[in-house]
Design a protein around this ligand. Sequence first.
Ligand code: DGL
Length: 257
Amino acid sequence: MKIGFFDSGLGGITIFNKVINEINAEYFYLADNKNTPYGIKEKSQVIKYINTCVKKLIDLECDIIVVACNTATSIAIKELRDKYKGTCIIGTEPAIKVAVDENYLNKKILVCATTMTINEEKLNNLIKNLDVEDVVEKEPLDELVKYAEKGIFKGVKVENYISQRFSKYNFEEFTHLVLGCTHFPLFAYTFKKILPSHIHIVDGSNGILKNVHRKIDEKHLQESSFKCKVLLTKPSDMFISNFKNITNLDNFQVEII
Ligand code: DGL
C-alpha cells in the first residue's frame, strides 16, 4: 500500500506523524519547498504548483493521497478529485465542526488559517452550513508558515507575532482556537503560552487519520512494511533536518524532483 502526503512544506508532518504512528505503508512525503508559502500567492499560480505535485504522487501509483494542506484543499480538491477519479484523495479542512460540537457554552470560536484559506468559498460555505456565522471569527497568521520553513518554532519573534495578531480579541468570549493550517500545530507551545487555559486548541489531524483508516477499509488495502521517501522541489538540508526532528525518523530516502 502506498500513501502519499503533500504540503507546501513542513506543515503536513503534523498529520503524517499521526498516520505513520498507526499504519504501516510505503510513504511519500512531498513538500513543495521551492514554492512555499502558498497562502499569500496568486491563486492560479498555486493551482499550477498543486497540480504538478499531485501528478507526481499519481505517477508514483499512490493508493491514497493526503492533501495535508488546508490552502491547497480550499482551492484545488474538487479539480483533483475530478481529474484522478481512480485515486482516493483526502483533503484537509479547518476542524470547525469539532469545535462547534464541543462548544456547549455557545461562546466564540477563533479560526486561524492562511489568507487564501480564509478568503476562499470553501471555508465560508463550511461556516454557513454549520450555521455559526455569528460565532466564528477568522484570523490569518501567514507569517507562521515562513517561520516554520526557516526552522523557527518558538521564541520572542513567534510570541510577539501571535500576541500582536491576537491583541484585538477578548479571549474570555471564546472557547476554541481552530488551527486551520497544518503548519500551525508546530507552534502549539506558543499558542498555549499566550492563550488563557480555558481555550481548547483543535486541529484536523484526528479527522484525517480516521478518514485514512476508512479509505483503507473501503479499498481493502493491505498494510505493508514501513518505508518513507521525502520528495522536495528544491534541495534543502534545513528541511531534512527539521523533517528528522519533527518525525523522529532517520530511515528515509530523499529525492529532489
Ligand atoms: N500548510 C498549509 C496549510 O495548511 C500551507 C501554508 C502555506 O503554504 O501558506 O494551509
